[in-house]
Design a protein around this ligand. Structure first.
Ligand SMILES: NC(=O)c1ccc[n+]([C@@H]2O[C@H](COP(=O)([O-])OP(=O)(O)OC[C@H]3O[C@@H](n4cnc5c(N)ncnc54)[C@H](O)[C@@H]3O)[C@@H](O)[C@H]2O)c1
Length: 666
């Protein structure tokens, strides 16, 4: 059967043969056994809903086995045999270019070279799922291949509820992931309701089909490391010879060494998982691998002496590196952590003192003991970090809930006021005030021709647009513009593509709109051979309400509200997005954040031009307006500028209050 026929077939009525569990693939850790007997029966009943009754006897047993063995029902048997990758758009069957572009994006998220646990349909972050099981994938692709541009596909946490009549201006797909009644939004609830097969953790770009491999994050990480470097520079000196110590070589964290190289420092990144370390080494995302602590300390000392630009993976636990560098007096200039602490008890964080393999067993067989070990390890890690920061290390939380979980574990991370943490998050100090408040965020695009030549052309176009804009940019955003122009100039040389022909480029509203318009024109003129998908990470100006991350630099008390993210997704959907998504849990954990995103297909048409202008303007300025209302200086500046350009924009501005007015009021 051809690829197109397989897609059109959906869930096969005749059972495909059973699949072997491929050991060479990086699999999701076994999930905890959380369901009662009755709930397990319900999970099986739920799973069987997708299948013809005649297959129930075989599948019921098989799914029960999967639930027992892996803690979830992935329906491995139904994983198609064809290769998963972002195929050229014309290789997908269907009636709608927009729907075909979405298929291109979905397949990229499940590509074995891209996804963290491809057979469990998890793209990154340990539990960031595109779908809960293979039946959902098959059915979704079938719907996409059948739909027309007057229908909308409705996705409930990976489950395709169906195609509904809509109109050509409506999104083709509306995605919700992990939306819960607030009282049922704890980590344990995810375990339970995900095991039942009724919800999923979509992370940010996993469940919204917008992941573009680690490059998506390399750019943001480069900006972060560069600006962290500027913060610690005494005389404006560059990062040469300075040490950045961190952890994780996974989906996002794997970008750190590459970003460190681009920023020009020495990066040491600890990773406990040997398979992942090998992958990053083979991809050239790290320069060297070291497995012995003494050797590591010696190597770093040498690199410092020679002011080398080098990235070193340490295969082992990060806690041990922090401790060893105290012992050896290795000065750490910049420090962070990117273990997956948004998912602390199910494989996101491996405690020191226990092997990787032992941990994988313990988290399932003795979850309470495992929890204690994680907490103990966090306390140890923080104790060592505190020793370094006492010497001058600049440590920042990388939005992975490190400080949050460390505080919950009783580690010494609280500031004197007992409310704040003693270390900033990267958003509080860097991303928020320098980027988000001005509207700069992780804009991206994907060439659906899958042709690198198209990508090269888009890089050139984007660079020209930014250089033009920069000529008239105010002083306040000059540094951002320079960094972003430099990034796009080096993008080809840095060989950042893993998976689809995609590019990330931080840009503000003006940049995003002008670049998108130039792309649309290039498609119209035939300079670019196929439609382009625009999108962004949820980790952006407006898409995400997350009090310890994206909105951690909101200080008017509203950081615990989620109006901005909800308004954003509603606003995007009626201004022309091709698909929209709203999730619970991206990045920092289930219940801790509401985050949304969009995808927009540019096909060279006039309609696309109208849509891009209307939607991109809103998609950035919604967040700037809110940040402005929270009295963030950069955002007040940026929204005033936006109002000058667009007379139809009228935003409420805050009146600032003198401190003296508040004296002796209570
Ligand atoms: N890069 C960014 O811009 C960014 C932004 C915001 C948040 N984050 C957060 O960073 C975290 C990491 O994301 P990811 O996609 O890389 O997740 P991931 O699960 O793919 O990778 C984390 C890696 O850390 C390793 N690890 C766990 N405990 C360890 C330990 N004690 N010592 C050494 N290695 C250990 C794991 O083996 C894993 O490979 C997430 O919580 C994510 O939300 C990243």
């Amino acid at each position: 059967m051809t690829f197109k026929d397989q897609i059109k077939q959906g869930i096969p009525s005749e059972l495909p043969s059973k699949k072997n569990y491929e050991k060479a693939i990086n699999h999701a850790p076994k999930r905890i056994d959380i369901l009662s007997k009755e709930e397990k029966e319900l999970a099986i009943r739920n799973a069987l809903r997708y299948f013809d009754k005649k297959n129930h006897p075989v599948l019921a047993k098989e799914f029960a086995e999967e639930l027992k063995e892996y803690g979830r029902i992935y329906m491995y048997r139904f994983r198609p045999d064809y290769k998963f990758y972002a195929r050229p758009i014309n290789e997908y069957p269907g009636n709608s270019i927009q729907a075909k572009a979405i298929m291109h994006m979905i397949q990229n998220n499940l590509d074995e070279a891209v996804a963290q646990h491809p057979h469990e349909l998890i793209t990154y972050g340990g539990n960031g799922a595109v779908f809960q099981n293979w039946a959902q994938y098959l059915l979704t692709m079938k719907y996409l291949s059948e739909m027309n541009d007057e229908q909308t596909l409705i996705m409930y946490s990976g489950h395709p509820m169906g195609l509904f009549p809509s109109n050509t201006n409506a999104p083709r797909v509306v995605v919700t992931n992990g939306m819960m009644i607030p009282n049922y939004s704890k980590q344990k609830d995810w375990e339970k309701y995900n095991a039942l097969g009724v919800t999923q953790y979509g992370q940010m770009t996993a469940g919204s089909y917008m992941y573009i491999g680690p490059q998506g994050i390399v750019h943001g990480t480069t900006i972060t490391v560069l600006n962290a470097g500027r913060k610690i520079a005494e005389n404006g000196e560059p990062l040469a010879g300075k040490l950045f110590l961190t952890s994780g070589l996974g989906g996002m964290s794997g970008a750190q060494p590459k970003a460190g190289n681009i920023a020009g420092c020495i990066t040491v990144c600890a990773e406990v998982n040997p398979k992942i370390t090998e992958i990053r080494l083979s991809q050239g995302w790290i320069d060297e691998k070291i497995t012995d602590l003494n050797e590591l300390a010696a190597r770093v000392k040498k690199a410092k002496e020679n002011k080398e630009v080098v990235s070193i993976a340490f295969l082992g636990n990060i806690v041990e590196v922090w401790e060893k560098f105290v012992e050896e007096n290795v000065y750490v200039d910049l420090g962070s952590d990117q273990t997956s602490l948004h998912n602390p008890w199910a494989g996101g964080y491996y405690p020191a003192g226990i092997s990787f393999e032992e941990s994988n067993v313990m988290m399932v067989e003795n979850p309470e003991l495992f929890k204690e070990k994680v907490k103990e390890s966090l306390r140890r890690q923080v104790a060592a970090i505190n020793k370094h920061t006492a010497e001058g290390t600049y440590f920042f939380d990388y939005g992975n809930a490190f400080l949050l979980e460390a505080s919950r574990a009783g580690a010494d991370v609280m500031a004197k006021n007992g409310i704040d943490f003693k270390y900033p998050s990267y958003v509080q100090d860097i991303m928020g005030p320098m980027c988000f408040d001005y509207g700069f965020g992780p804009f991206r695009w994907v060439c659906t021709s899958a042709n690198p030549i198209d990508l090269e052309k888009t890089d050139k176009i984007a660079c020209e647009v930014l250089e033009e804009i920069r000529k008239n940019s105010p002083e306040e955003i000059q540094q951002q513009m320079i960094d972003n122009i430099q990034w796009i100039k080096g993008a080809q040389e840095n060989k950042l593509v893993v998976g689809s022909q995609a590019r990330i480029l931080y840009a503000d509203a003006e940049g995003r709109m002008k670049i998108a318009e130039a792309f649309n024109n290039a498609i119209k003129n035939g300079e670019i051979s196929a439609p382009i998908v625009l999108g962004r990470d949820h980790h952006d100006v407006s898409g995400t309400d997350s009090p310890y991350r994206e909105t951690s630099n909101i200080y008017d008390g509203s950081k615990f509200t989620a109006d901005m993210a909800i308004q954003n997704v509603i606003g995007d959907s009626f201004r022309g997005a091709t698909w929209v998504s709203i999730h619970n849990g991206g990045g920092v954990g289930w219940g801790e954040v509401i985050n949304g995103g969009f995808g927009m297909v540019l096909d060279g048409s006039l309609e696309a031009q109208k849509r891009l202008k209307s939607m991109l303007f809103w998609d950035v300025n919604n967040g700037i307006a809110r940040r402005n209302w929270a009295r963030n200086e950069g955002a007040v500046f940026a929204i005033k500028r936006a109002m000058e350009v667009e007379p139809n924009l009228k935003v409420t501005l805050p009146n600032l209050v003198d401190d003296s007015i508040l004296n002796n009021l209570f």
